[in-house]
Design a protein around this ligand. Structure first.
Ligand SMILES: CC(C)(COP(=O)(O)OP(=O)(O)OC[C@H]1O[C@@H](n2cnc3c(N)ncnc32)[C@H](O)[C@@H]1OP(=O)(O)O)[C@@H](O)C(=O)NCCC(=O)NCCS
Length: 141
């Protein structure tokens, strides 16, 4: 089995968000519709959609600052897992970044997410870093 992977378009929003939800990738503090729209509006980002025939099966979002690419929202629908689609979707993100001259890619995995096993299986290196974040869309406390 293999996937056809292509950039998502506006009309794919419902399919992509359905995969994000079924893969437990959404969080109450992020609006997934806005995340999808922002990525489609951004020249240095893309949402990829993997399909088996007419069926949406996987997604990932990727983007680059030129030097470093990031991957977010990688998900394969539960009923399609274990067939290499996660790997294919991840590879498609890396190809998208490589084609834009980006030499490095990183991603974040929440503590406790068993998906970390995928990256270890595929030879990704665990980095000795901490990630700090703050919201920019709220008033300063
Ligand atoms: C993580 C996820 C994308 C993997 O998708 P998948 O299609 O099942 O993965 P693949 O079949 O391509 O797996 C590729 C290889 O990684 C291994 N692998 C996949 N998930 C694994 C896991 N959780 N732990 C250990 N190994 C794993 C597979 O066994 C396979 O190894 P093989 O080449 O020896 O057969 C999928 O489980 C998912 O959508 N999870 C929920 C969303 C999520 O957490 N996404 C990641 C956010 S950081």
């Amino acid at each position: 089995m293999s996937l056809a992977i292509r950039p998502a378009m506006n009309a794919d929003g419902a399919s992509v968000l359905d995969i994000w939800r079924k893969c437990d990738l959404t969080r109450p503090w992020n609006d997934p519709h806005k995340d999808f729209d922002r990525a489609l509006d951004c020249e240095s980002a893309v949402v990829l959609l993997g399909e088996r025939g007419p069926l949406p099966v996987s997604t990932a979002m990727t983007g680059s600052d030129g030097h470093r690419g990031w991957i977010y929202y990688l998900g394969v629908l539960p009923e399609f897992r274990g067939h290499g689609f996660g790997r294919e979707t991840l590879d498609a993100c890396c190809d998208w970044l490589r084609q834009r001259g980006c030499p490095k890619v990183e991603l974040m995995v929440r503590d406790g997410n068993p998906a970390a096993g995928l990256y270890e299986r595929l030879g990704w290196d665990l980095q000795p870093v901490r990630t700090y974040a703050r919201r920019l869309d709220e008033k300063e406390l």
